[in-house]
Design a protein around this ligand. Structure first.
Ligand SMILES: [Zn+2]
Length: 314
């Protein structure tokens, strides 16, 4: 557990400049390498993306990489991406191998992911049109499970519970978006109840990779003010906040929208940041290191000497 540092009174107001400077963590972003032809192109694109994240003070990021570029094989593309990420020291950028469920050699890339797991490659994702079932990829998903590769699946942005259930049934430990989990809620006089799948997602701590701006664009809700983020948090779901794609928004901008729309304070920003680090696919030791050396010191600085005896459980 990480208790939020008690923020000193002069820092109760959340301004953009401070949020921009705070260390942040990001679990859902995509690195587009489709225009790259050579390994050098891929490395340059990866370094550029990592540089953009570093400029936004993102200290840990997982980028989905669809390993297609020029005539290169998937493993070669991943090596070239890793080389680009290695050039950037501010952000610890990792790779989630992503395959479009309707178009890509999912089984083949799952095997490449198994072979490459460790170092920069930390997990696997299925993207592509949500209306397509995961059923044709059951074997690939089984291979990933058998090799202890953490899996996340794009589900719950354009389609509802059928796809979320399918992702959970196939062993996903995170949901890319997952916002439509509320389709599994039932409202009664006693309040809001969770169905079997949403209960599982909440109680087992599966991570929702929410991307509020993208989800508004996808039509989950009409307006950011109606986004289920705060409801899901109150109900005990493990919520993280992400950009979805850097071309849509920066993480600072996304967090500032939450400040403006939901009156988020530093406590709430701390909460989503810690949950993102804890939900990361890198090893637990590294996650603890990021929290101890990057995240906590910055928030402690905001706390200043307001409450020196605050203790942070690590
Ligand atoms: Zn995505």
């Amino acid at each position: 557990m990480h208790d939020a540092p008690q923020i000193s009174p002069e820092h109760k107001h959340v301004d953009r400049e401070t949020v921009a400077q705070l260390p942040k963590a990001l679990l859902h972003d995509h690195l587009d390498v489709s225009g790259a032809v050579t390994a050098a192109d891929v490395t340059a694109a990866a370094a550029r993306a990592a540089g953009e994240l570093a400029a936004d003070n993102v200290v840990y990021a997982e980028l989905r990489v669809r390993p297609v570029a020029g005539e290169m094989g998937a493993a070669e593309v991943l090596d070239a991406v890793a080389a680009g990420f290695d050039e950037q020291i501010v952000v610890d950028a990792r790779i989630i191998v992503t395959a479009h469920r309707d178009a890509d050699p999912v089984a083949q890339w799952a095997q490449v992911c198994v072979d490459k797991l460790g170092g920069r490659v930390v997990g696997f994702d299925l993207a592509g049109p949500e209306e397509e079932s995961l059923a044709p990829h059951a074997e690939a998903l089984r291979l990933l499970r058998e090799n202890y590769v953490p899996v996340t699946v794009h589900a719950g942005a354009t389609e509802g519970m059928d796809r979320i259930k399918e992702a959970v049934d196939h062993g996903a430990v995170r949901l890319g978006h997952g916002a439509r989990i509320f389709d599994d809620f039932e409202v009664s006089l006693e309040g809001i109840g969770t169905g079997a799948v949403s209960t599982w997602v909440r109680d087992r701590g599966l991570v929702l990779e929410l991307c509020p701006t993208q989800e508004v664009r996808a039509g989950v809700v009409d307006d950011l003010a109606d986004h289920p983020l705060t409801l899901l948090q109150q109900m005990g779901f493990t919520c993280t906040v992400n950009v979805g794609e850097r071309s849509v928004t920066s993480l600072t901008d996304e967090l500032m929208r939450l400040v403006e729309t939901f009156d988020y304070g530093f406590d709430e920003l701390f909460d989503v940041t810690v949950k993102a680090v804890n939900g990361a696919f890198c090893g637990k030791e590294r996650r603890e290191e990021i929290l101890a050396t990057r995240i906590l010191p910055a928030y402690e600085e905001l706390a200043g000497d307001f409450n020196e005896d605050v203790e942070f459980g690590l």
